[in-house]
Design a protein around this ligand. Sequence first.
Ligand SMILES: Cc1cc2nc3c(=O)[nH]c(=O)nc-3n(C[C@H](O)[C@H](O)[C@H](O)COP(=O)(O)OP(=O)(O)OC[C@H]3O[C@@H](n4cnc5c(N)ncnc54)[C@H](O)[C@@H]3O)c2cc1C
Length: 405
Amino acid sequence: MTKRSFDLIVIGAGPAGSMCAVKAAERGNKVLIIDKNQRIGGKIPVTGNSRCNITNENISLENYVGKNRDFVRNVFALFSTSSLIEFFRESSVGLYREKDRYYPLSGKSITVVEALETKLKKNNVDFALGATVVSAEKSKSVFTVESASEIFISKALAICTGGKSYSKAFGSGGGFSLAQHFGHSLTPMNPGLTSFLIKDNIFKSLAGVSTEATLSLISGKKNIYLKSGPILFTHFGISGPVVMDCSNRLAQLELQTAEISIDFLNNAFSDFETFYREISFYPKNSILKLISRYIPNSLARVVLRNLSIDETSVVSSIKKTRARELYDFLTANRITAHLNKNFEEGQVTVGGVKTDEINPKTMESKKVKNLYFAGEVLDIAGDCGGYNLQFAFSTGYIAGNNALS
Ligand SMILES: Cc1cc2nc3c(=O)[nH]c(=O)nc-3n(C[C@H](O)[C@H](O)[C@H](O)COP(=O)(O)OP(=O)(O)OC[C@H]3O[C@@H](n4cnc5c(N)ncnc54)[C@H](O)[C@@H]3O)c2cc1C
């Protein structure tokens, strides 16, 4: 079997691998990119409901989890949100902002894939698509990478194989075992950006309804995370951006279960007395009508049913003690949430290749010279909002900019 030879082989053509290959090739290296799929892009096509929420205006350490979160600081100091926006502007992909999130102007994630394809081709990157890497070795400064049908050799290797999430279509356990083969350690892995499952789910009938709420994640007696935004009721529990961000914290702590406190009133009232004064202004209103001013009517019904309060009761007929029960339910509803452990449903993997073993200024392995890692294969996961693609592109860029330098 003939062995094609390259300066750099990149395994995985998702955002991290594609960016790495483009940058290394721009610097004059002969680069091969390998992917088990027939098209480049990795998970890009499915991101942001196929609109691709590519990055975020407000990126900070707090948006990420990982055993060594400081790693992120170095990464974004080298390739930031504005660097990514500029990269796509030069590639004729305009971006627009929705609140703090950026999307391609076309509203289609495929535009981003096409731009990367064009860049790869323009820089004469070689492709091996539909090829799953089954092994990689290093001997006497040469990497040998094997797929089912071909063997390739190179001076440098970049592992950009993504995580375990959505594993049927995109994921890799392969990248993690390659990393271990090269002497790297892995932190425990759990699905992230996923839903919470609730046993005896009193909100089951609300599947498909979404509402604004503030969630507090409680571990022991400590409130470990607080976030406000939309939550979505599902048949099995709750989901939506706020829940997904919470799931990253739970996964990071390797907890299967946690207590969650939900404030459906979103801090609308400073305390019970204020709430009580407010509702007492409308003595003749039905309690259902009044509560539905603050939360969806269907949720108000479930809450009242749960407290055995007749929804047709007028406010004046409700005793203050019952009003307090209602207030407590609406502002500090406690549920036991279980992390959805199905990697097929989590958008990212929390955990991965230990970042202590990677140089954050180059993405080079501290264990094997000329071996690089980028993207989700690393033990860093971000919140919903473009944080994961930015991390993948940034680390890919840094690896490509430093490979063989
Ligand atoms: C439904 C969904 C929506 C999301 N939405 C967003 C969003 O809007 N914004 C955001 O920032 N993030 C989002 N994410 C997360 C984001 O997609 C990932 O964090 C990002 O794609 C990771 O990039 P990557 O290059 O590291 O890995 P990937 O995109 O997973 O690419 C890895 C590539 O490696 C290939 N590969 C793996 N193993 C091998 C092997 N052995 N041989 C050959 N090829 C291999 C895979 O086929 C894949 O193409 C979303 C994720 C999902 C699942």
